[in-house]
Design a protein around this ligand. Structure first.
Ligand SMILES: Nc1ncnc2c1ncn2[C@@H]1O[C@H](COP(=O)(O)OC(=O)CCCC[C@@H]2CCSS2)[C@@H](O)[C@H]1O
Length: 373
């Protein structure tokens, strides 16, 4: 059920903005500036969905400002194993999120500002939004050299990426969202976006890596607060609205009915990993054997994040064929995920002969397989 912005629920207060007395403008075309009080990527992405789904034909343009605790956000049609360093992210508790818009992978933390420009489909204009950001930057620091590119990045000094863009266009509404690097941890950004896996083949959208820089490295006065304030002021001036920034809580169901179930869906394994386009892995492991090494080949097809076919080719004398086959078939249908693999292989090991040699080989092999997940 679509709940219009202006009725009883949620944005009642926010939507009842006064139209300037002498103005001829329709209140529906004025605008609204929102800022999230949450730093949870799933809640903030859910709010984007909510606004997108509830925006009607006459909808006001909305600017939504939000920041997240450390996370990596992949595009709708991407493969997280190809795009990021999942073991490192698990270790450092960097969340992984899949957004609804297409495009590449970016890293967020509290030093990165996200801006979402909601409009009707007809008013959607990414270049106009980027120019607005550039104007805002110039009001604080007139000498900054920031230019939008053809792919809608923002470049500082003609070479450093400070902003990346993605968008979603619906039947009625559309949004353009982009990042703005202010004081992000660049070491965490580059290590999180370096995949340790190899041998993956897929048709997933690849990211386009760039050399990035923070605005604060150029000018230490450019804090996130200063930047958000300047952008809100510029947005207000452009739309001739009050520059009041409305703080909102994206977990508040009295304002955004049913939003928490969207956040939960965005956080689910099925959405984050399960939506990965079909891919295959062909890799080789080396395991110790009689003072040397022995080669094991692995072929795995993954569909909807689950193993569709698995062929682990280990020499017979190292792993009895029967056990290898058991392992291959037990993987079918299971999640391409280290936790699930641990559970599965522990159960399976109990059905194998109680042989210390075999157990240690099994553990080595399973560790290697977990390493590609
Ligand atoms: N935060 C951030 N900002 C700008 N550029 C980044 C960032 N993190 C990584 N990168 C660089 O961009 C490339 C990927 O560029 P690529 O062009 O492939 O992808 C994008 O730009 C997508 C932007 C999505 C913006 C959304 C807005 C709200 S939710 S996410 C990556 O390899 C890094 O080199």
């Amino acid at each position: 059920m679509l709940i219009p912005f202006s009725v009883k629920n949620c944005f009642q207060l926010l939507c009842q903005q006064k139209v300037p007395t002498a103005g001829f403008r329709n209140p529906a075309t004025s605008g609204l500036i929102l800022q999230s009080i949450s730093n949870d990527v799933y809640q903030n992405l859910a709010l984007e969905d909510w606004i997108h789904d509830h925006m009607h034909v006459e909808g006001k343009p909305i600017l939504f400002l939000w920041r997240n605790s450390p996370c990596v956000v992949i595009g709708r049609h991407q493969n997280p194993w190809q795009e990021c360093n999942l073991p490192l992210m698990r270790q450092e508790r960097i969340k992984l999120a899949r957004r609804r818009s297409g495009g590449g992978t970016v890293y967020h933390d509290m030093g990165n500002i996200n801006l979402t420009f909601f409009t009707t489909k007809t008013k959607y204009d990414r270049m106009e939004n980027l120019k607005l950001i550039v104007r805002a930057l110039k009001t604080i620091q007139p000498h900054l050299d920031v230019q939008p590119t053809k792919k809608f990045d923002l470049l500082l000094d003609g070479q450093f990426k400070i902003s990346g863009t993605a968008s979603k266009i619906g039947r009625i509404a559309a949004y353009h969202h982009c990042t703005l690097l202010c004081s992000t941890d660049r070491a965490a950004l580059s290590s999180s976006l370096k995949s340790p896996y190899w041998g993956i083949k897929s048709n997933a959208t690849p990211s386009i890596p760039s050399v990035v820089k923070n605005l604060q490295e150029k000018d230490p006065t450019l804090t996130c607060e200063v930047l958000m304030d300047a952008i809100a002021t510029e947005y207000a001036a452009y739309h001739q609205i009050d520059n009041h920034v409305n703080l909102i809580n994206p977990a508040d169901e009295t304002q955004f009915p049913r939003i928490n179930s969207t956040a939960k869906e965005l956080q689910s394994w099925e959405w984050i990993y399960g939506r990965t386009p079909k891919f295959s892995v062909h890799t080789t492991f080396h395991v110790p054997y009689e003072q040397a090494h022995l080669e094991i080949q692995v072929f795995i097809d993954v569909k909807n994040g689950r193993i569709e076919t698995c062929d682990i080719k280990a020499p017979d004398h190292w792993l009895p064929l029967e056990i290898g086959n058991k392992l291959n078939s037990s993987f079918i249908g299971s999640k391409f995920c280290p936790i699930e693999t641990t559970l599965l292989t522990n159960i399976l090991l109990r059905t194998c002969p109680d042989d210390q040699h075999l157990t240690s080989k099994w553990n080595i092999l399973c560790e290697k397989i977990r390493g590609i997940m």
